[in-house]
Every structure is written in C-alpha cells, then in structure tokens.
Design a protein. Structure first.
Length: 402
C-alpha cells in the first residue's frame, strides 16, 4: 500500500480552488505542445497521487522518466513513489538523512521547482483575462509574451480579431539573484517591456543553450535612461543532460525546457513580439484595459493632430525637456521636427498598426509603436516612442525610427 503524507504536493482537490479553473489551466498546459508535454504529465502524476490512485501514478511516473530521463523532478517523484511501496513518504524527495544532507542544495532546488509548477495549476489566471500591460496590440503583432517572475511562469498569447488569447504557458527560470537587473554581472533578470530582436540557431551556440535562443532588447530605452548596464539577455534552453533548471538559476536570462523553447521559436516573430517581464503580473478584464487606454490614445491623437497642423510649438509641448533620440537633445529635436513639418505641409498623417504597452514601477511609462504615413502615401516610417507621465500629463522622452 502506498503511503503519501502531507506535505507532499497536492492540487485543487485539497486546496479549495475551483475545479473548473484548475481544469482550464491543465488544458492550456496540455495545448502547449500536445499530449506528451512533460510538465502536464508530471502534474497528472500529482493529481493521481492526491486522489489516492498511487499505483496508477507510479505507472505514469515510470513512463515519464523513461521518455524524459533528464527530467530530474520527474525522477525524484518516481523515486518517492517507489519508496512509498514499502514506507510512508512525508515530503518530496523523502530520502535517508545522510543522502538528504549530501544533496541538500539540489533537493531544495527541486522542491522549489515543484512548488512553482504546482502553483501554476492551482492558481491559474482567470479565464479571459490579460496582463494589465497590454493596453493596445496591433493586429499585425501575432503573439505577445508575459513573464510572471514570482511564479516562474511564461505566458504565450495569440493576437486575433477578438484580442489576446492565452494559448500556452511554461515554467521558466530567472536569475540567481532574482529580478530587477541594474548592472552587468548582477545575475538578475530585467523587468520591463522588451521585444525579441533575433533568433540564434542552436547550431551556432554551445550545448549549454539547448534548442537555441531568442535575445531581447535589454537594456531598452528606459533602462538606458536610468543608467542600467549589461546585455545578452536571452530566452534560451537547457543543456542535453538537464530538462529544466531551478526557479532562480540563470545569470539573468529566462531559461526554458528545450521542447517549450522550440515551440516558442517556431511560433513567435522576431522584431514584433513584445515580452513583458514583471515581478508579478496583474490580470485584468480586456474591457477594463480599453477604458484605461482611451486617455492615452487621446493624447497620442492630439500629438498627431498638432503635427498635421504644422504647429511646432504645440508639437514640442508633447516632449520632455530631457528628451533624447540617439544623442539628439530636445533643442536638436526641435530642428528635426521643423524640417519634418515643412515637408508634410499640413498633409494629414495616419498612425497605423498602433501598439502601446504600459509599464509602471517608480514612474509610468508607455512604450508605443506605430507606422506614420502621410495621407496618399502607401508607406511610411515605423516609429517607437517612450512616453512618461509628468504632473499628470503624458510626454515623450524618446522617439526613433525602427
């Protein structure tokens, strides 16, 4: 008879969460990469254990470690299930005291990984909600990514006619020292709004990076303005002998299991996919987001109207005194805009494919991307602006062409 005692990991059946929410989270996990997704299989083992079906759990765990022999957490659970056939198992990794002392660090990391994975299923985001940062996403942007560092979780959204839909979520590791990167070598993962800038093929990288890498644009404009340093922040995989890493394990990158990263690589577009990394995501109703976004959209349209009217003084009132665009100061930018307005000659300007993402920490920041096209023209510049709220008013502190 199998004896699995508290505090072994359990699920909603024993924690009071709604069954429907738990099932929805499990369905999203399964849809990430199909029925063979290793994490979903591990969580199914946990569910079977929680419902007292330990013999079935043992069989499932055995198949899991056979298919993924490098999945250390799966191996640990399988070992517990084998041990439970002859003695009570009181905790994850319930090994003899001498072995526990010798491998204390590794056991602590695996237990932390287990807690984070269980939390993802026990407390999923409410169905239909989205992270509060995604105020407006252009239809040309096919996917968006949000990372909740507190849960070691990466969420992948598909952007369709009805807005953003959560289509997959993955366990991910962050920096050894946590989050809020400020300097080179601090082993922290940055927080903010970023974009995937390129795809590095696995063949060009060391085995350490697994299935490849998706670099992001850290330090972004806001980071640079705040004097943050460092670089080389990637979403990447794991070496062949390691399925996943501890929740706090990287030098600042986001590290995912290779099958999960490969699915991400095959799905998202380089250049246009936003990546929000937050200490903890706030999930909101999309209708509330529309309400919140309107005042900023009105300000953006007021900036556009001032340009159409050719009113340089009015246009410049939308910029901060410490504005900088690749070295051009506020005064120098005034000269740039004067030349630009003389060429537009009052022609109407359209803002196409607009996206704006809201980042809030010690200040309010809006990261805005759009196509600026003169009426009658088929193409124009793709621009990115960074806005900040000063004394209740939104103002631009960076503008540049992508």
């Amino acid at each position: 008879m199998t004896l699995l005692c508290a505090p072994y990991p359990v699920f909603a059946a024993k924690t009071g969460h709604k069954r429907a929410d738990t099932k929805q989270a499990a369905d999203v996990l399964q849809s990430s990469s199909g029925e063979g997704l290793a994490e979903a299989r591990l969580l199914e083992v946990y569910r079977l254990m929680a419902s007292g079906r330990s013999q079935e759990a043992l069989g499932r765990a055995g198949k899991l470690v056979h298919d993924h022999p490098n999945f250390q957490l799966g191996q640990l659970v399988y070992g517990d299930l084998l041990a439970a056939r002859i003695r009570p198992v009181n905790a994850l990794g319930d090994v003899p005291a001498d072995l526990a002392r010798a491998g204390a660090g590794a056991l602590d990391e695996l237990r932390a990984e287990s807690r984070q994975r269980v939390q993802a299923l026990n407390s999923p985001p409410r169905q239909g909600t989205i992270p509060s940062q995604f105020l407006e996403i252009s239809q040309k942007t096919k996917h968006a990514i949000a990372v909740d560092a507190s849960r070691s979780r990466l969420y992948l959204f598909e952007n369709g006619p009805g807005g953003l839909t959560l289509v997959a979520n993955y366990y991910t590791s962050v920096g050894k020292a946590g989050v809020s990167k400020t300097s080179q070598g601090d082993q922290r993962t940055p927080l903010g709004v970023y974009y995937i800038t390129s795809h590095l093929d696995a063949k060009s990288l060391k085995d350490f990076y697994g299935s490849g890498a998706l670099p992001i644009n850290y330090p972004n404009i806001l980071d640079a303005k705040r004097g943050k340093t460092g670089g080389g922040i990637w979403l990447h995989g794991t070496p062949p002998n390691q399925f996943s890493r501890a929740p706090l394990a990287s030098d600042g990158c986001l590290v995912m299991a290779n099958p999960d990263l490969l699915h991400l690589i095959q799905t998202v577009e380089v250049g246009s996919t936003p990546v929000v990394i937050a200490p903890q995501l706030q999930w909101v109703d999309p209708r509330a987001v529309k309400t919140e976004s309107k005042p900023f959209d009105d300000t953006l349209q007021a900036w556009r109207k001032a340009k159409v009217e050719g009113n340089l003084e009015r246009v410049m009132s939308f910029y901060t005194q410490d504005f900088n665009s690749y070295g051009k100061t506020f005064g120098q930018w005034s000269d740039v805009l004067r030349t630009e307005l003389s060429k537009t000659q009052g022609n109407n300007i359209e803002l196409k494919d607009v996206s704006f993402l809201h980042w809030t920490d010690s200040a309010d920041t809006m990261v805005v991307t759009f196509g600026e096209v003169l009426m009658g023209k088929r193409t124009g510049w793709t621009k990115r602006q960074y806005w900040t709220r000063q004394s209740g008013q939104w103002k631009i502190f960076f503008e540049g062409i992508l």
